[in-house]
Structures are given as structure tokens and as C-alpha cells.
Design a protein around this ligand. Structure first.
Ligand SMILES: [Zn+2]
Length: 142
């Protein structure tokens, strides 16, 4: 099970309603699930009722490892909205999961962003905001 960091998010940063089950499971059980196609045996992201690889509707949500490698990252140092000012700097990363899909999350506990290389191994940490009632993906260097 992934670590849970209690945070104060500037906004409710959950995305598409297609991923409601993902966010509900993350918030209530801290379990990392991804959509999985039983026809072609591949994970995909974001959630959908049709596999993005083969078009099959034989899909389900399945637990995944939360491990992967950074594909890219960016660090925001200037507030684009007043609510985010106290959270800076804030780094966002795209991660290629060991299961295949590429997802976005907040990079945490990374130190100097200039020293974070692409392909660096990372693992999932849940970023849970109890006040807003939401939990989102974060990633931490291995
Ligand atoms: Zn498929």
C-alpha cells in the first residue's frame, strides 16, 4: 500500500468523472487501480468503458503497483492563481508506470528539481486533503 501524505491542496485537483471510481478507491482505501482490458491484457489511462488499445468493452479496474519512471517534469515557481502562491514551488511529473500507462501527478520530496532526471524511478504516494475530501496521485523518487 502506498504512503499517504496529508496535504492542503489549493483546489480539488481530481480530473474527469470517468475516473470517479479511481478517486473514490484512492480516497477511501488508498488502493491504486487502473483500467485493464481483459481482451488484450493491457492497462490504460484514463478510465473508459472501451479499451484504448483494442476497442474491447471487456474492461475492469485492477490494482497496479504504483511504480514507474519519470517521463518528464516541470516545476512551477510563479503563482498563476492566488490560491497556489503558498504551495510554491510545485512540481508536476508525468510517469510511465511499470504497467504501461503514462499518468500525471505531483512530484513530492524531490529536493533540487535540476537534479531530478527523466527515467528516474518513482513510486506512488497518495496526497490526501481531508478538508476537501479528495486524494490525488503524487510521486516520490525511489
Ligand atoms: Zn484491449
Amino acid at each position: 500500500m502506498a504512503q499517504v501524505l496529508k496535504v492542503n491542496l489549493p483546489f480539488d485537483l481530481r480530473t474527469s468523472h470517468d475516473n470517479d471510481l479511481f478517486y473514490k478507491t484512492a480516497h477511501e482505501k488508498q488502493i491504486f487501480i487502473l483500467p485493464y482490458c481483459n481482451s488484450c491484457d493491457q492497462y490504460f489511462w484514463p478510465g473508459a468503458f472501451i479499451c484504448q488499445h483494442c476497442g474491447s468493452t471487456d474492461v475492469e479496474w485492477k490494482e497496479a503497483s504504483g511504480h514507474g519512471k519519470i517521463y518528464s517534469h516541470v516545476e512551477g515557481r510563479f503563482p498563476f492563481h492566488k490560491a497556489i502562491k503558498e504551495h510554491l514551488p510545485i512540481a508536476i511529473c508525468s510517469v510511465t508506470l511499470d504497467e504501461g500507462p503514462r499518468v500525471f501527478g505531483r512530484l513530492v520530496n524531490y529536493g533540487d528539481i535540476e537534479k531530478v532526471s527523466c527515467d528516474a524511478p518513482v513510486h506512488l504516494v497518495w496526497l490526501q486533503d481531508d478538508e476537501k475530501g479528495c486524494t490525488i496521485m503524487g510521486f516520490e523518487l525511489d
